[in-house]
Write a protein that binds this ligand. Structure first.
Ligand code: MF3
Ligand code: CO
Ligand code: CO
Length: 264
C-alpha cells in the first residue's frame, strides 16, 4: 500500500506549519550576512545550531538518519547533503545552505544558493535559472492539480537553458514529519501524474539543476555528500509550500533574501 498524503485542513495545523516555516526563513536571514569569503561551513552550522536552540526549537537534520550536523552546506559540484566542515568559502564559490527546523512538532524546510564574492558568468547563470525554475514550479500548481505539473514545468523551463534536472533527489511532503508523501520530482514521472495536490497538502519544491549531466554519486567515505558525476556545478533553491483552497501559499519567504524576479 502506498502511504497516504496528509491533508492539513484545520487552521490550527496550518498555523503550526506557518510558524515553523517562518522561523526557518527568519534563520536564513540571520545567517545571510555571514556567507562571505573566508567563513567555514562549520561556522555557519554552529550559528544555526545556536540560533535554533536559543529560540527553543530543534534542528531537524542533526541526527536525522545519522546526519552529523544541523544543516547541509553544498559547495560547487556538491548537489545536496554536504556536511559542514572546516573548508573556507572562497571568492567564486557557490554554496547551497539548506535549513530545516522543528517548531512545536512541525517542520519547515528551505534552502538558498549563495554566490561568494564575484562568481563566473556560468555559475551566476546556473543560480539564476535554478531560482527562476523554483518559481516556475510554484506557479505551475493549482488546488486539486497534479504533482506532475511541477516537474513538467521545471523540466520544460530548465532544459532549453542547457541545464539538466537532478532525478535521484526530489521535493517532498512535509508537516508532522520531515519527509512524507507526496514525493515531488522536478521532472515528469508516472507516479507524479497520479498524485493530486488537494487543499491542505504541504510540500517542498527544491529543484537541483546541473551545468553538466544529471547523474549524481554519493561520497563513499562520509555516506552523505552527493556530487555531480562529471564534477560540474550544481545549484538548488527550496521553499515549503502549503496548497490552500485558493492557491499555493509559500511559507518560507524571507525578508532579506532574493524575492521572486530577483536578478543575481
Ligand atoms: N533539507 C533536506 C531536504 O530538503 C534534507 C536533508 S536531510 C539530511 O529535504 F539528513 F541530509 F540533513
Ligand atoms: Co531542505
Ligand atoms: Co526538503
Amino acid at each position: 500500500m502506498a502511504r497516504k498524503v496528509p491533508i492539513y485542513s484545520k487552521e490550527k495545523d496550518r498555523e503550526g506549519l506557518r510558524r515553523a516555516s517562518r522561523f526557518n526563513a527568519q534563520m536564513m536571514d540571520h545567517v545571510r550576512p555571514y556567507l562571505q569569503p573566508g567563513v567555514t561551513t562549520a561556522e555557519i552550522d554552529r550559528l544555526v545550531y545556536g540560533y535554533t536552540m536559543e529560540h527553543g526549537h530543534t534542528p531537524a537534520c542533526l541526527g536525522y538518519q545519522g546526519f552529523p550536523k544541523s544543516i547541509c552546506t553544498s559547495i560547487n559540484e556538491v548537489v545536496c547533503h554536504g556536511i559542514p566542515g572546516d573548508r573556507r568559502l572562497k571568492e567564486g564559490d557557490i554554496v547551497n545552505v539548506d535549513l530545516t527546523t522543528v517548531v512545536n512538532g512541525w517542520y519547515g524546510d528551505s534552502s538558498e544558493t549563495f554566490l561568494i564574492g564575484e562568481v563566473s558568468d556560468e555559475a551566476r547563470r546556473l543560480v539564476q535559472v535554478t531560482f527562476d525554475a523554483m518559481w516556475v514550479g510554484i506557479h505551475s500548481i493549482k488546488p486539486n492539480g497534479r504533482v506532475i505539473d511541477i516537474g513538467q514545468a521545471i523540466y520544460k523551463f530548465a532544459h532549453p537553458h542547457g541545464l539538466e534536472v537532478v532525478r535521484e533527489y526530489q521535493g517532498h511532503g512535509i508537516g508532522r514529519e520531515f519527509h512524507q508523501e507526496p514525493g515531488v520530482p522536478h521532472y515528469p514521472t508516472p507516479k507524479s501524474a497520479r498524485d493530486i495536490v488537494k487543499p491542505g497538502v504541504c510540500f517542498t519544491i527544491e529543484p537541483m539543476l546541473n551545468l553538466g549531466v544529471w547523474r549524481t554519486v554519493k561520497d563513499k567515505a562520509d555516506g552523505w555528500t552527493v556530487r555531480t558525476t562529471d564534477g560540474k556545478l550544481s545549484a538548488q533553491f527550496e521553499h515549503t509550500i502549503l496548497m490552500t483552497e485558493t492557491g499555493p501559499e509559500v511559507l518560507t519567504l524571507t525578508e532579506t533574501g532574493p524575492q521572486e524576479g530577483h536578478r543575481f
